[in-house]
Design a protein. Structure first.
Length: 213
């Protein structure tokens, strides 16, 4: 899975801020050689079941290497590029190719990540981060604040997230940014799900909006 899927979608799942950060292997989160719709949605929120059935040519409920390599799949998945929930996929962090991210590998990509934050991301305490651990909302809330080698934000998503669900609503944001309008909230909420995830919160355009409020 690691080698023969890479070519299929290596250039497919890129955003302006995440060039070459995502590879096809990242769709196979549990490492079993296939990508289910749940795994695809972890990377591409909003990926609908109709599109999944369209590219699942043998109707077995999972995407194989051959299915992922098809031109039809590349066309369908490209529609969701601007909705990517993850900036750096595991393959972009995993320097030694063991399908885990060590603390050193994470810090290479996210300079400044604290030991205490690594321990909270490492749910099973095995001193390495699996794809499931890396893509969990809590982990993404930690790591996305370090995107672009930026300094820690003055206000973090965890300070705004009063109900601890790892997303922030307009009402929660308004407590920290009282001048925020709903139109601005909709600009920050890039996938239109009426809540702001960590990657949306730490987006430079979002931070510029918050700074004004």
């Amino acid at each position: 899975m690691q080698r023969f899927l890479t070519t299929a979608l290596a250039g497919l799942m890129m955003t302006a801020t995440a060039a070459s950060a995502m590879q096809a292997t990242d769709l196979d989160i549990n490492g079993d050689g296939f990508a289910t719709i749940g795994e695809v949605r972890t990377i591409l929120p909003g990926f609908n079941s109709f599109d999944f059935r369209e590219i699942d040519s043998n109707d077995d409920g999972r995407l194989s290497a051959n299915e992922l390599q098809s031109p039809d799949t590349r066309g369908v998945v490209s529609r969701y590029e601007n909705r990517m929930a993850i900036v750096h996929g595991l393959s972009d962090i995993d320097a030694n190719g063991d399908r885990f991210a060590s603390k050193e590998e994470l810090i290479e990509v996210y300079p400044g990540l604290l030991d205490s934050e690594f321990r909270q991301i490492d749910i099973n305490r095995d001193n390495r981060i699996s794809a499931n651990e890396l893509y969990a909302p809590r982990a993404q809330a930690f790591v996305t604040r370090y995107e672009g080698n930026s300094d820690r934000m003055l206000v973090t998503i965890m300070q705004v997230d009063t109900n601890d669900d790892f997303f922030v609503t307009f009402d929660e944001l308004s407590q920290s940014f009282p001048g925020l309008t709903y139109v601005e909230f909709e600009m920050v909420d890039s996938n239109g799900d009426r809540r702001v995830a960590s990657n949306e919160f730490y987006d430079p355009d979002a931070q510029a909006i918050f700074a004004r409020n």
